[in-house]
Design a protein. Structure first.
Ligand code: GSH
Length: 97
């Protein structure tokens, strides 16, 4: 069962973003998408928070899990199920949107 809060930071033209969203949708995982086009503030925050310069950037219960490649690896290893089954920690700070 999916209890986790999933947030996907994307841009408009981004095949990896499409692939990540498709993977989540194929698993029936609800997620919030945050479009970073024309949002240099969010891109700057993402770089600081993830030390990555690419999109998508995916957060599960506030934890940065990487982009599509890492999401697919989590799925393949079975670790994604465990992360998605966890509830968001009480009082967690919302991610920037
Ligand atoms: N390994 C990364 C690759 C992601 C990637 O290359 N994303 C492209 C867009 S589809 C990107 O962010 N390029 C640099 C940029 O847009 O600034 C993943 O699987 O998410």
């Amino acid at each position: 069962m999916n209890r986790a809060k999933v947030v996907v930071y994307t841009t408009g033209y981004c095949p990896y973003c499409v692939a990540a969203k498709r993977l989540l949708q194929s698993r029936g995982v609800p997620f919030d998408e945050v479009d970073c086009d024309d949002r240099p503030d969010l891109r700057t925050w993402l770089k600081q928070a993830t030390h990555q310069h690419t999109v998508p950037q995916i957060f599960i219960n506030g934890e940065s899990v990487g982009g599509f490649t890492e999401l697919a690896a989590l799925q393949k290893s079975g670790a994604l199920d465990q992360k998605l089954a966890a509830e968001p920690p009480a009082g967690a700070e919302p991610l920037p949107v």
